[in-house]
Design a protein around this ligand. Structure first.
Ligand code: CA
Length: 478
């Protein structure tokens, strides 16, 4: 639904399973020069166009940007420099911290969620799963001024027609009095509020649930949660059904991953599939498709219609799986184990947001420019990791932040010995049966740290020290 993540995630989905070491080619294009006179001329034309018929001229003029914002065109054409594996994607989105925040939110909003469930038939934890993945339970909303972003995208580059509609819709939202103009900030593409709806989705599906007469998806949690439930309901949610479940395939079973090819549970039972723990498949899904995000050797899932409603939120199977998994963990109130029963086909699993922050802090302490410790492993951090790996002869220098790199640069806190004995020789990555590269270079014991003794001068180690405010400080050990 949202272009913001759509562009990144569709690429991401395409890249799932690939862990090819990428080279550090600069992928972010420079912000283009945009002529302001051309921009103003374009806005004059839009004002009188049919798309803006429902927008009064006071509203149009009052929120008319004085100049375009070239950064959104830069974002529109941005191609991520590094590809991401699904286990990296999920480990950051569904970590202990987010599950705990979700459990707390479930308690805090219990009455509201109960009313929403009885009105829309959507399970509370499914609403919470979307909320957690979309905006980190209302904590992460975009900060870009919406009118500038949408007006710029309406007048330059590809997809102008689409964004003109969204621009007009954003103006209508303010005109209707639903959202304060000052709250109209969001992603570069115009998704905003705790549900990260695009303006057109807002007009179609947002609801006023707290009864103040406004659909305020920025400031009202009841409005945001009910609007999410309304979205799922209108996209075909089936009350009382789970989204699906992790399953175990019989030995030697081969099937393509095809979530859309839905079959009955009897069919899947007949094929020899069971729940991941080995017990028989329950008959609580009217039909289900098989989802194998990383091939037959990784976790396998049977997914029903409700998974498809998560998918319709952002057109990405990884994204939908993050919502599904987060909602299960919030249901079971278990934040200690966020993995699936079957491990991902990697010997270097992904890291949590806290571990991402630890890595960023360590890199920053070591003098690398990572652009800020935010727990998001973006291009800056990955480039820094790649430089770090290159300078220390770590192969492949792929810029990836996984558990191995985490141990390399941060250590595991309780056993940071100065022993180099655990270092194993680095072996080149080899192609697996799918013709893709699986990293094999670092089957290392937990306490292992790089670099090798051959480079003692560049050896920087850190110990994790808990501080009085509960955070972790990294202390350099020489
Ligand atoms: Ca309201």
């Amino acid at each position: 639904m949202r272009l913001t993540k759509l562009s990144t995630l569709s690429l991401l989905s395409a890249a799932i399973g690939l862990s090819l070491a990428s080279t550090a080619q600069a992928a972010r294009p420079d912000a283009p020069y945009l002529s302001n006179s051309e921009f103003q001329q374009c806005l004059d034309g839009l004002k009188n166009s049919s798309k803006f018929r429902g927008v009064d001229s006071y509203t149009f003029n009052n929120y008319r940007p004085s100049e375009p914002d070239p950064s959104v065109i830069q974002s529109l054409n941005y191609q991520p420099e590094f590809q991401k594996d699904i286990w990296d994607y999920l480990s950051v989105l569904v970590d202990k911290e987010r599950v705990e925040d979700g459990i707390q939110a479930k308690r805090q909003w219990a009455d509201t969620l109960r009313s929403i469930e009885s009105r829309y038939g959507v399970k509370a934890e499914h609403v919470l799963g979307v909320w957690g993945v979309e905006s980190n339970f209302g904590q992460t909303l975009g900060k870009k001024p919406l009118f500038e972003s949408l007006a710029t995208l309406s007048c330059f580059d590809r997809r102008q027609s689409y964004f003109q509609g969204e621009y007009a819709n954003a103006l209508k939202i303010v005109q209707n009095g639903d959202i304060n103009p000052s709250d109209m900030t969001g992603s570069w593409a115009g998704a905003f509020g705790q549900t990260q709806f695009m303006p057109s989705t807002f007009l179609e599906l947002a609801v006023d649930f707290d009864g103040d007469g406004r659909r305020d998806l920025v400031n009202s949690v009841p409005d945001a949660l009910a609007s999410t439930a309304n979205f799922l309901d209108k996209r075909g949610y089936r009350s009382g059904e789970p989204w699906g479940y992790e399953v175990k395939l019989p030995n030697g079973y081969w099937a393509a991953s095809n979530r859309k090819d839905k079959k009955s549970i009897s069919h899947w039972r007949g094929q020899g599939l069971t729940l991941a723990n080995g017990s028989p498949l329950p008959y609580d899904l009217s039909s289900a498709g098989l989802l194998l995000p990383a091939g037959e050797d990784g976790p396998a899932f049977l997914v029903g219609k409700n998974f498809d409603t998560f998918y319709s939120y952002n057109a990405s199977e990884s994204y939908a799986l993050a919502i599904a998994h987060l909602s299960d963990l919030i249901t079971s109130e278990n934040s200690s184990k966020t993995d699936f029963v079957t491990a991902w086909p990697t010997n270097d699993p992904g890291i949590s947001r806290q571990q991402s922050k630890d890595i960023q802090q360590a890199l920053s302490n070591a003098g690398y420019d990572i652009g800020g410790v935010d727990g998001i492993i973006g291009d800056n951090t990955r480039t820094a990791i790649q430089q770090y790996q290159t300078s220390r002869g770590i192969f492949p220098a792929d810029g990836r932040a996984g558990q191995n790199f985490y141990r390399t640069i941060v250590g595991n806190g309780n056993a940071v010995s100065n022993s180099y004995n655990n270092s194993r020789p680095l072996v080149p990555a080899s192609a697996d049966r799918m013709g893709q590269l699986i990293q094999q270079q670092t089957v290392t014991p937990a306490a292992n740290t790089y670099p090798s003794p051959a480079q003692p001068s560049s050896n920087i180690r850190y110990r994790r020290v808990p501080t009085s405010d509960g955070s972790i400080r990294l202390e350099r050990i020489d």
